[in-house]
Design a protein around this ligand. Structure first.
Ligand code: PXG
Length: 461
């Protein structure tokens, strides 16, 4: 970890800067009137698992940015690699039979790390773009296989797969659909494997089969000859860190194989050590046909994503001429060089093994201790992913009225106390950098408990 350095710009007058921001900057997933009133947090620098804002406040980043800064902030090695690559070759494309050394090397490295058969790599710049690319590729694949009716795509309510038109259609976020008349025709959703909310009264094993069989029912309703693919996050992230009960993925896979439906494991959050293996699919025993990856691929130091595609599919498509698809920055040399260096660091420092055998179990132990809190109905997690669901009544798992209000209160207390924690409805979610220390995990859960205590006090409980 490098020492803290002064930012390379003039000091910021927070209030004045907030006004400038509110005047011109349209933020993603933001209520603009609310932001203008409250003012944005201006994050100026970071190191390890800690970020700092323009007021001098220090926050422990329990979210690794947006589930992405796996190797932590302030890694000089990545800056050096980017600098050198920019001097050697800042840009060249990978269209028209060109490549650059970092793009080829990264494709080769990803094929080595990937689950069996996923040896072909298509580069994009974000998770959303990776999912868009896959929708294009899947449609093209079934056409070249002379199964043109196979076009319907199934995924899950509450899933997040991105914000482009196709990715938001795959996703199951009702609010996103509502604002844009989505999903597009041909995208369908089944209920997620959310045992705590939907499976009360069923054992996990019974519920696992029940939840997976929803996929088979949907395939039957659409006609197996019409269904192209199923998309699922190994662990649902933005939907609230929902870990499927054991047996779910095995059954999902069986159903996909039986009906010749491609299985896409969206590894944008679960990839690069988050669950204690390189990919969530490996932790959960999934053998996908395709995987979008992003976030931890570069630890967020550069925008880059990739689609890992089974060679069976890539080869079939490859026999039918040009795939008319790509982005100016597909395989950008600086982004690829940074991703390679990120992977080298993950390997050198044994971060995947650290999550599996050391910091992951420690984090889970501390997370599960939170279950004794009077407001916490359920804790759930895997590796360095965790969720705590706040409920009105623990015994009956009764949610609060106006789901989201209490979660937001706890989130706001958490930020005040100096911890970045997200609220998804009333589920408080965590996804810290893989380099988080034990002392920082202790601090994280002390602060989380304090935030929930203050929330309980606000509610008079
Ligand atoms: N798939 C998954 C599983 C994701 O979590 C995407 C695709 C899209 O990636 P891009 O790079 O296009 O953003 C994501 C992104 C949140 C939050 O609030 C989650 C994401 C992005 C922004 C906010 O939890 N996940």
């Amino acid at each position: 970890m490098t020492e803290v350095k002064t930012p390379n710009y003039d000091p910021i007058d927070t209030v004045e800067f907030q006004a400038r921001d509110a005047a011109h900057h349209l933020h993603p997933f933001t209520d603009y009137a609310g932001l203008a009133e409250e003012g944005t947090r201006i994050v100026t620098r970071a190191e390890g698992s800690v970020i700092h804002d323009s007021t001098g406040k220090r926050l422990l980043d329990g979210m690794a940015g947006l589930w992405c800064v796996n190797i932590g902030y302030g890694r000089r090695e990545l800056a050096d690699v980017a600098y050198r690559q920019m001097l050697d070759l800042p840009y060249y494309n990978t269209f028209f039979k060109s490549t650059t050394p970092p793009a080829t090397r990264l494709a080769e490295k990803l094929a080595e790390l990937a689950p069996t058969g996923l040896t072909k790599v298509f580069f994009n710049n974000s998770g959303s773009e990776a999912n868009d690319t896959l929708v294009r590729l899947i449609r093209h694949y079934w056409n070249v296989m002379e199964r043109p009716a196979k076009k319907h795509i199934i995924s899950r309510h509450m899933a997040y797969h991105g914000s482009t038109v196709a990715a938001a259609s795959i996703g199951g976020m009702a609010a996103m659909h509502g604002q844009a008349d989505l999903p597009l025709p041909g995208f369908h959703h089944i209920d997620p494997p959310y045992h705590y909310r939907d499976g009360q009264g069923m054992t996990e094993a019974v519920f696992a089969k029940h939840a997976a069989d929803l996929l088979e029912a949907k395939i039957q309703a659409l006609g197996p000859d019409n269904v192209a693919a199923f998309f699922g996050e190994p662990v649902m992230g933005a939907g609230g860190v929902i870990v499927a009960p054991e047996g779910y993925w095995e059954r999902i896979q069986e159903i996909c194989r039986k009906h010749e439906v491609l299985l896409v494991a969206d590894e944008v959050i679960c990839g690069f050590g988050r669950t204690g293996r390189w990919f969530g699919s490996q932790t959960l025993g999934i053998e996908p046909d395709m995987m979008p990856i992003a976030k931890g691929l570069s630890s967020g130091y550069q925008p880059i994503s990739a689609c890992l595609v089974h060679e069976r599919i890539a080869n079939a498509v490859g026999e039918h001429g040009e795939f008319f698809h790509g982005y100016t920055y597909s395989g950008h040399p600086v982004a690829c060089a940074v991703a390679l260096e990120n992977i080298r660091i993950i390997e050198e420092e044994g971060l995947v093994e650290r999550v599996r055998g050391d910091i992951g179990p420690y984090f889970q132990k501390k997370l599960h201790e939170m279950a004794d809190h009077r407001l916490v109905g359920q804790v759930q997690g895997l590796g360095l992913l965790g969720a705590m669901e706040l409920v009105a009544d623990k015994k009956t798992a009764t949610p609060f009225r106006n789901v989201g209000t209490v979660g937001t209160m706890a989130r706001d207390h958490s930020l005040d106390i100096g911890l970045v924690m997200r609220a998804v409805g009333d589920r408080l979610v965590l996804s810290p950098p893989l380099v988080i220390t034990r002392a920082e995990v202790d601090e994280l859960f002390e602060k989380a408990r304090m935030a929930i205590d203050r929330t309980a006090a606000d509610l008079g409980r």
